[in-house]
Design a binder for this molecule. Structure first.
Ligand SMILES: *Cc1c(COP(=O)(O)O)cnc(C)c1O
Length: 399
């Protein structure tokens, strides 16, 4: 039988840091009775977030509409917004879910907020009363005008044009009449006009031409379009002439290069702004010929120490991490082996017991070899899936 190591004393949470559930106030630390020291946690690196926002502004010389949809790409939309709200480079925040937009206002975020998701009449009434801008692409001029009259002030909106991505947005060929109608109404202010690139290198150029032609025609005719914006993270690396009046990145703010080759371009100096860590739950020695994991996915060829981490795919850690990802414990890298199950990950330690229960395992952070990009590559995962699938219930901690 493998000999289990004895547990170390239970690690303490009390380290003077502020803990929060995703999307909740930093000022309301989770009660220690509700958070186990063995629960995985996410660290939000405030200085790196700020650095990345400033670096995007440096490169593009444009204001930044920070996309913090999908739970702030895993960091918590409120956490990211609070860190960036005071930054001069930040023009505002864009989210997709109604609740996320409301959370930003509830938590006192002051910058403009754009809701890029669909809204019905009830939602619209609610968001404009909370100074949240709708993204508009259907003929709702009458409705907006009525709401503006009720509020007694103009409603700022962004108009979304589809130049070829084929999802939301008014098709570019029929956009002019809609935009003219919206712009002509008392009570509606077009603060921005936007499109989304397909991120197909050649077709992006055609999309840019379509958008520019539309905007030029309307502006010549005296239609106020507000700021034109289109550029996501990909665009920042791939196109020099697509920043328009404002840029709209998400992933770059987290300091993540969506494609490895982008780093070598040297255009942006991105610094990873998130980490995922968990304490080792259990360490034991497997005798040669002993298996670990479902379907006996791992077989010890010789006597081998293994560590169990209390984190699994339910937390957002990729199932395929066992195909090649490595975690860092006490400064050394160890391979994930066997299979990642819902709540457990098994790490191969080797012939010597260099790891103890209670030690901190880093699944990813900002160090070379441990970045989210490294884990995504080793797990055959998209780095977008890696961050956006992090379980919203995990504790987020601003560092
Ligand atoms: C997600 C999103 C972005 C940001 O994309 P990144 O690749 O994370 O920079 C920009 N615009 C829209 C409409 C989006 O949905």
């Amino acid at each position: 039988m493998p000999a289990p190591s004895t547990h170390s004393t239970r690690p303490s949470l009390a380290d003077g840091q502020t803990w929060s559930r995703s999307g909740q106030a930093q000022s309301a630390p989770a009660s220690a009775s509700h958070v186990s020291a063995f629960d995985p946690w996410i660290e939000v690196h405030a200085a790196n977030l700020r650095h990345n926002a400033a670096d995007v502004a440096r490169l593009t010389k444009r204001p930044v509409l920070a996309v913090i949809k999908n739970n702030g790409y895993g960091l918590g939309a409120v956490n990211v917004a609070k860190v960036l709200d005071g930054q001069a480079a930040i023009a505002g925040f864009a989210v997709v879910k109604l609740q996320e937009a409301l959370n930003l206002r509830d938590e006192g975020v002051t910058k403009p907020v754009l809701l890029m998701g669909p809204v019905d009449e009830v939602d619209l009434r609610l968001i404009v009363s909370r100074s949240i801008m709708p993204m508009v692409y259907t003929p709702i001029g009458d409705l907006l005008q009525r709401e503006a009259a009720r509020l007694g002030r103009s409603i700022p909106i962004h108009v979304c044009v589809d130049t070829g991505i084929g999802r939301v947005g008014v098709p570019y060929l029929s956009a002019a009449p809609l935009i003219r109608d919206l712009a002509s109404r008392k009570g509606i202010t077009i603060e921005g006009t936007m499109m989304t690139f397909t991120e197909d290198l050649e077709f992006d150029k055609e999309q840019r031409r379509r958008f520019s032609a539309l905007a030029d025609d309307l502006r010549v005719a005296g239609v106020r379009l507000g700021r034109l914006h289109a550029a996501s993270t990909y665009t920042l690396f791939q196109h020099d002439d697509a920043a328009f009046d404002m840029v709209r990145p998400g992933m770059a703010l987290l300091g993540i290069y969506p494609e490895a080759r982008f780093k070598a371009l040297g255009r942006l100096d991105l610094r990873t702004a998130l980490a995922l860590r968990v304490r080792v739950a259990y360490v034991k020695k497997l005798a040669a010929g002993t298996s670990a994991g479902y379907e006996r996915a791992y077989m010890a060829k010789q006597d081998t120490w293994i560590a169990t981490l209390p984190i699994g795919h339910t937390d957002g850690w990729p199932r395929l991490a066992a195909k090649g990802a490595r975690v860092r414990i006490n400064g050394r890298m160890y391979p994930v082996v066997a299979s990642v199950s819902a709540s457990h990950t098994i790490v191969e330690i080797g012939g010597e017991q260099t790891v103890r229960a209670g030690d901190i395992a880093t699944l990813f952070d900002w160090q070379d070899g441990s970045r989210p990009e490294d884990v995504a590559a080793a797990s055959a995962a998209s780095v977008y899936d890696l961050t956006m699938h992090l379980n919203p219930l995990l504790v987020r901690r601003i560092v």
